[in-house]
Design a protein. Structure first.
Length: 462
């Protein structure tokens, strides 16, 4: 039920649903102006993933309200101008506004994930310098320091703030005072990095990626052991990672090689060692990479800019691994993808079982309309939906040129297929092999209506 409330300041009456502000083109600008901390979900009423997120988002709204953070939502279908303005590429998209500056949410789609992500950004990460403070004294007492010279209203400061929340091991300060800028002959806004008292001017563009790389370059080279902290840094913040996979007993043999590579390429990769034979996170990593423990020692690069592409090299030699990195940087390598073997029995309960190795051959068949269910066989939602999908497949056996398929994403990968939620359905018609993503309810009837509308089987009764 919608209720109306007054949010303690001059926002006017805004509808609220389950603790979440329902915003539109008229109320959104005012909310941004009056609410210093506001998270907004861009959603669509027809989006099944948005429906799944709704109860989690409401839980997060109730908890974060205690911390003076409000959560709202905007119907993207009805407000395309806002979707375009904030470059929303899919639903749901969550954007956190701090004093009107947007930060896209990149955590898990759960109440706990949202709460944790927001509260970490509540912590004070940037310290304000007084005009009488000495930056020289400060830099001599702090190993790695980053200082923003400029006003809090400068657009460039949002990039600096992003780095403050996401780059570890660096102290962040800011100064609006001209006396500080003049000491280093700077024109504001500008950023200086300090390492053991020696400063280096940041000359790159004001982008989060470039500034983060600059700051990583100030830090001493480090080899990380794969654990909860490094996993979060790599996977949450989409850092390009170089893994040396080997037994802990053998790590001493390769440590100098890994350290030398880390010194040379520390601004471009997180260098990490992992023993895949260990239980817990390393075992999960082995599954994510599609690599068995017996394949160690092995080097792997993960590239998040290209949808989790992975590259591997069966070598521990420094020169070979350096060549491997340079070939990756030069885009000379071919990514490897996980895949099961093509099954001898092609069908299970009228559904064609496809794997990474034959996915493209099957879906690109121009003689067929191919429907693919991407899932994992142990996921509760998939377990619930697969029997309905199999009944749909049996009912459509007489559809000439129609092929229902399924693929287990736990063991198979395809370039361009990395859904945030599963189950995930894509229809590849004879005319359009780019694929059309299904966003309706996961029921037999809803999928039936989707198919009828696209491939024009209206005369057939499921």
């Amino acid at each position: 039920m919608l209720i109306f409330l007054l949010i303690g300041f001059s926002l006017g009456k805004i509808p609220e649903e389950d603790g979440v502000l329902v915003l539109d083109a008229e109320t959104f600008p005012n909310a941004l102006q009056k609410a210093p901390k506001l998270m907004v979900e861009f959603y669509a009423p027809w989006c099944e993933h948005c429906k799944k997120l709704a109860p989690e988002y409401s839980k997060a709204a109730a908890e974060l309200r205690k911390h003076k953070v409000r959560l709202g939502k905007i119907d993207g279908d009805s407000h395309r101008d806002l979707v375009d303005k904030y470059k929303v590429k899919g639903y749901p998209t969550l954007i956190y506004f701090v004093d009107g500056v947007p930060f896209e949410y990149n955590g898990m789609p759960t109440a706990e994930g949202i709460i944790d992500w927001v509260l970490k950004r509540q912590e004070k990460k940037i310290h304000l310098l007084n005009s009488t403070d000495s930056i020289e004294d400060l830099s001599s007492s702090i190993p790695i320091l980053c200082v923003f010279f400029g006003l809090s209203s400068n657009n460039e400061r949002s990039v600096f703030e992003f780095a403050a929340y996401n780059v570890q091991g660096v102290a962040f300060y800011e100064t609006p005072h001209e006396i500080h800028a003049s000491q280093y002959s700077l024109t504001q806004p500008k950023i200086l990095g300090f390492r053991n008292g020696i400063h280096e001017k940041y000359e790159g563009s004001f982008s989060t990626v470039d500034l983060s790389k600059f700051l990583e370059g100030l830090k001493p080279a480090k080899i990380h052991e794969f654990n909860d902290d490094t996993a979060k840094r790599i996977f949450d913040y989409q850092s390009t990672a170089f893994f040396l996979l080997c037994n802990d007993d053998d790590l001493e043999l390769y440590e100098n090689t890994l350290r030398s590579l880390s010194e040379e390429y520390k601004t471009e990769f997180i260098f990490t060692s992992a023993d895949l034979s260990k239980p817990g996170n390393p075992t999960k990593l082995a599954g994510a990479l599609g690599i068995q423990a017996q394949e160690m020692p092995l080097a792997v690069i993960i590239d998040f800019d290209k949808a989790f592409n992975k590259y591997r090299k069966s070598s521990t030699d420094f020169q070979e691994l350096k060549k491997f990195i340079e070939e990756y940087k030069g885009k000379e390598l071919e990514a490897y993808l996980k895949s099961q073997e093509i099954p001898e029995e092609e069908y299970e309960n009228s559904v064609r079982v496809i794997v990474g190795k034959n996915h493209n051959d099957v879906v690109n068949d121009i003689e067929k309309d191919v429907l693919v269910l991407y899932c994992t066989y142990d996921h509760p939602k998939c377990i619930e939906f697969i029997p309905m999908y199999e009944r749909l497949a049996k009912d459509t056996k007489r559809w000439e040129g129609f092929l229902p398929c399924k693929m287990d994403l736990a063991y198979n990968e395809v370039i361009g297929i990395r859904p945030r939620f599963i189950p995930h359905i894509v229809l590849y018609t004879k005319e359009d092999k780019e694929g059309m993503v299904y966003s309706g309810e996961f029921t037999k009837g809803a999928v039936k209506n989707f198919l009828r509308g696209i491939i024009r089987k209206e005369s057939l009764d499921l």
